[in-house]
Design a protein around this ligand. Structure first.
Ligand SMILES: Cc1cc2nc3c(=O)[nH]c(=O)nc-3n(C[C@H](O)[C@H](O)[C@H](O)COP(=O)(O)OP(=O)(O)OC[C@H]3O[C@@H](n4cnc5c(N)ncnc54)[C@H](O)[C@@H]3O)c2cc1C
Length: 310
């Protein structure tokens, strides 16, 4: 109930307009979001790199139905790639197809995405196509395989969500294509017709698909903060003599920093997803929905601010 309310709130643009000017909400967002500019984002990436952690930069924004906005987001990604190269950062980028015009037309989206991929190829780096809600799953995989992968096999990859009933099949498909996959659990509210209602099935599918991708796929990214899953996969990989260079763990900026440090200390590869930009509200609400306990973090800040003002 709380989760679905938070996800509903994440879609309310009028609330975002209100929240964007609220210093408290901004303060909370700064735990997860690396500021609103390319400069602040790259500074955050440099700090991660210094701690032995790679990054993936995400220009926040989604569900854009205005071509000008989609082109502007595309242009920002080119700037991000230039800045990553200029500062010699260990980072790639993650993009949301709806932010690049997927809801406008495939032709517009393809033109913008290809311009980003051309730039990524020029720098020898990589672009991850984030996965959104289930309405977009097949469209995104088709778009990827029919319009991008053949021309940019080294520079583009997809995301699969273990909450989706179809993901074991999609994993086999990705292994056959030898395309790069980020596996995550899935952040969107989905009906039981397409997604597992029981979290145990989501977790089991994650572990099963992760093992297939590590053994037979191509350098997968395992995006989770789940300590039990990480322990199981790490122990399994070690027992099979699979080296740390065969896959990477991925986590979100500001989430489970303790676990992030531990993974690096244990010698595993880690990439942190670093979102930035003015459109941070839907992203923040999804993080709250995943872990409503974070609301207490906000409440704590309210109390602290109230007492400080006195
Ligand atoms: C790098 C990366 C990229 C992602 N890309 C996508 C994508 O393209 N599409 C998509 O649908 N989803 C994406 N996600 C989100 C993902 O699907 C999950 O919603 C999210 O990662 C929470 O799931 P979990 O595996 O961490 O485990 P959960 O089972 O949700 O949580 C396990 C443990 O992780 C910790 N934890 C998890 N979330 C939080 C949080 N917000 N705050 C504090 N602690 C937390 C807690 O300790 C919790 O007990 C991505 C996640 C990561 C890390």
């Amino acid at each position: 109930m709380l989760r679905s309310s938070l996800i509903w709130l994440s879609r309310q643009k009028s609330i975002f307009r209100f929240v964007r000017n609220n210093s408290l909400a901004k303060g909370f967002a700064s735990r997860f979001v690396a500021g609103e500019t390319i400069d602040s984002a790259c500074t955050a990436v440099a700090a991660l790199n210094a701690a032995g952690i790679s990054a993936s930069l995400d220009v926040l924004g989604e569900s854009c139905t205005n071509e000008g906005e989609a082109r502007e987001t595309g242009r920002m990604y080119l700037e991000v790639l230039d800045e990553i190269a200029r500062r010699k950062l260990d980072a790639n980028v993650s993009v949301k197809m709806t932010a690049l015009g997927q809801d406008i037309s495939d032709a517009v989206c393809e033109e913008i995405t290809r311009s980003i991929l051309e730039r990524a190829r020029q720098y020898g780096t990589f672009v991850r196509l984030d996965m959104e809600g289930s309405d977009y799953t097949q469209r995104t995989l088709d778009f990827f395989s029919q319009r991008l992968f053949t021309d940019f096999p080294e520079n583009v990859g997809i995301v699969l969500q273990s909450m989706m009933r179809r993901t074991a099949q999609d994993t086999a498909w990705a292994v056959e294509k030898q395309c790069r996959v980020r596996l995550c659990k899935g952040a969107y509210l989905e009906p039981a017709s397409v997604a597992f209602p029981d979290k145990r099935d989501v977790d089991r599918t994650f572990v099963d698909c992760a093992k297939v991708l590590i053994e037979h796929g191509r350098y997968p990214g395992l995006a989770t903060h789940d300590p039990a899953i990480i322990a199981e996969i790490s122990a399994w990989a070690t027992s099979k003599g699979i080296g740390a260079d065969r896959f990477e763990y991925q986590m979100l900026n500001g989430v489970r920093r303790d676990l992030q440090e531990q993974l690096v200390r244990d010698g595993w590869r880690l990439r942190v997803y670093v979102p930035f930009g003015t459109q941070w509200y839907p992203y923040l609400m999804r993080r709250l929905a995943e872990r409503p306990a974070n609301i207490w973090f906000i409440a704590g800040n309210v109390l602290r601010e109230t007492f400080r003002r006195r």
